[in-house]
Design a protein around this ligand. Structure first.
Ligand code: CA
Length: 264
């Protein structure tokens, strides 16, 4: 019994298996760079990430990481406290590259979180040490899911949201502008803004936003939401201390509350 795998409409003489551009290649293992100077931890992390079917490379210093990062990785797991160039600086330099590599920061100090997630370094996500294996793997899978969704352009509706106050969001190109001036948003900031703009007036708790935008909801990570809201406000609000678009609903969460449309 032979199972026909090819498109039945294809010419029987045609033995070339065509792959449509843009489709993820499931057979290519994802490449992950783990930057961690504690060798025991690095080895444990490597083993677990490999259990997801990923190819893992280790770097023990920031300098080494930056050399390796000349190649393309699907994810960089980056420890903040490194000898020499620290994780924040490595992340900044990765962000200055032309291509986008998701960065999951590992930090031992919760006081680092604002800096890790903030404009200074712009990581995609963070984990505070000590973390559980399940937590680490859940974060990695969430980042991969998001990257896959981004890599599937045909599933992204061509959509431009024009919000009063001059805010314009292009869901297809992921560009945001305010009165014609382009705004530079991180991936997560964009996802969060688009989620709000798609659901104007609806109130979301931090936990709901974590579910919707981050793809997971762990107790204690509501801080990441606050952090992103503050940064979004700094970019889209005229006066971030008196937001007109991204409103706080005290005791509940946040809502996107654009003013009535002004004819331009
Ligand atoms: Ca370290």
């Amino acid at each position: 019994m032979i199972i026909e795998l090819r498109n039945p409409a294809a010419n029987a003489e045609d033995h070339v298996v065509s792959r449509e551009p843009g489709l993820p290649t499931a057979t290519t293992p994802r490449r992950v760079l783990v930057v961690e100077d504690e060798s025991d931890l690095a080895r444990v992390v490597k083993r677990h990430v490999e259990s997801l079917g990923c190819q893992v490379q280790l770097a023990a210093t920031g300098e080494e990481a930056l050399v390796l990062a000349r190649e393309v990785f699907d994810l960089v797991l980056l420890d903040v406290m490194l000898p020499g160039i620290d994780g924040m600086e490595v992340c900044r330099r990765l962000r200055a590259l032309n291509r986008y590599m998701p960065v999951l920061m590992l930090t031992a100090r919760s006081s680092d979180i604002d800096k890790v997630m903030g404009l200074e370094s712009g990581a995609d996500d963070y984990l505070t040490k000590p973390f559980s294996v399940q937590e680490l793997l859940a974060r990695i899978k969430a980042i991969f899911r998001r990257m896959d969704a981004l890599a599937a352009p045909r599933e992204t509706p061509v959509r431009v949201v024009d919000v009063a106050g001059g805010l314009r969001i292009d869901a297809a190109t992921r560009e945001v502008s305010m009165r014609g001036r382009p705004l530079s948003l991180t991936q997560k900031e964009f996802d969060l803004l688009l989620h709000f703009a798609d659901n104007p007036g609806r109130v979301y708790s931090r936990a709901q936003l974590l579910d919707a935008v981050w793809g997971y909801n762990h107790e204690g990570y509501e801080h990441a939401v606050n952090c992103h809201i503050n940064r979004l406000r700094a970019k889209i609000e005229e006066d971030p201390s008196e937001p007109k678009l991204l409103m706080t609903v005290w005791g509940v969460g946040y809502k996107f509350s654009p003013e009535p449309a002004i004819a331009s």
